[in-house]
Design a protein around this ligand. Sequence first.
Ligand code: ZN
Length: 203
Amino acid sequence: MDLATTAVEPETLETGEAEPAGPVALPVSGSGQRGAGGRVLVLNASYEPINVCTVRRAVVLVLKDRAEVIERHGRALRSETLTLDRPTVIRLVSYVRIPRDAHSRKITRRAVFARDKWTCQYCGSARGSLTVDHVIPRSKGGTSGWDNIVTCCAPCNRRKGDRLPRMAGMHPRHAPRAPSPSIFVYVAVPRVPETWQQYLLAA
Ligand SMILES: [Zn+2]
């Protein structure tokens, strides 16, 4: 049984101001940092990862003195009037309060896969097409919460069908639960760059 696929849009930081045009409209050439899709990790003032944004958005925050560049890419961004290191990790100057469960509320297939490391929670397979499975089937009162949904390969999903774990003799390898807040980072980029790892581990 599948959850409806929901496109995951990394949230943009709401500063209540439009992005200024002009000098900050830096051309972003090339494919950007490998794996991150040209995205920048945003840390709170406390160094907790809170968001992923575009290079342009990050540059705007830095130029407005709302953020500082913590990690930079070798190549510089250039416009007619300005040269700036391309940021890969920025840190907000003032602390932004983020509700503890802000990210864990959003359940998407991709977020479930990321939490389960793209591995079937019944047989351990990481190959083939992945689905999501309700551990307790909805028809038997199971919810669609984080604690009842696991990554499941297609063959396991067919085998388990509409049965309870004990009836099918299939139990998830890890008891499912809400992921850590940094899960949104894994959802927002195709591959997490090495320079981001230390900030995610600390979270
Ligand atoms: Zn499986």
